[in-house]
Design a protein around this ligand. Structure first.
Ligand SMILES: [Zn+2]
Length: 194
């Protein structure tokens, strides 16, 4: 996960959406607090959707899709069965017309063709369909091993052994904690209960 006081990104579009809030915390860490914030997320997300129109209904739709993806991914990680309504919601959103690209006149670059927030959500839902439905991608869904972090990320490392949402965030914290514990146990003092 990229470190920033701003939105976090975990290397996969549909999982990027899941870290914008809720994650079982309810509204405590909600980041999609307004259409403007969803618009900003879309602009800095891998979709790079600048200046599209976003309304309150789009925010609600985004949160509904986010919740469904979060719960299905959580069920998969727990080895359980996802709730059918969540799967249906992902499929329903994913069946809508998704974003389309087109070439600039000089064919040297491309842009989105008439992008909308609804099309962006369809694209995100399709990303979830592929992530969950493709066995080689599904095994790369991991939850951060920091027990105080709930982030689910996509492990695109070649061996697929990534353990932290961000090596220089949770990884460093856990390594530092283990170091302190070893050190203090050697000292005869109690490990810090972090
Ligand atoms: Zn983490």
């Amino acid at each position: 996960m990229s470190i920033s006081p701003d939105f976090g990104f975990v290397g996969r579009l549909c999982l990027d959406l899941t870290v914008t809030g809720d994650m079982g915390y309810g509204t405590r860490y909600e980041r999609l607090i307004s259409p403007t914030e969803l618009q900003r997320w879309l602009s800095i997300s891998p979709l790079r959707l600048a200046n599209i129109r976003v309304g309150p209904a789009d925010v609600e739709d985004a949160k509904a899709l986010r919740g469904a993806i979060w719960r299905v991914v959580g069920a998969v990680l727990a080895g359980g069965a996802p709730a059918p309504p969540d799967v249906r919601l992902i499929n329903r959103v994913g069946r809508e017309p998704a974003l389309m690209r087109e070439l600039h006149p000089g064919a040297e670059s491309m842009r989105w063709y008439r992008p909308t927030a609804a099309a962006a959500l369809a694209t995100i839902a399709q990303d979830a369909v592929v992530l969950l439905g493709e066995p080689t991608q599904r095994v790369r869904i991991h939850r951060c091993e920091n027990p105080r972090c709930r982030v689910v990320f996509y492990d695109d490392s070649r061996p697929g052994l990534r353990r932290w949402c961000a090596p220089n965030r949770c990884g460093d914290r856990i390594r530092a904690k283990l170091y302190r514990e070893r050190h203090r146990i050697g000292d005869g003092t109690t490990p810090e209960n972090e």
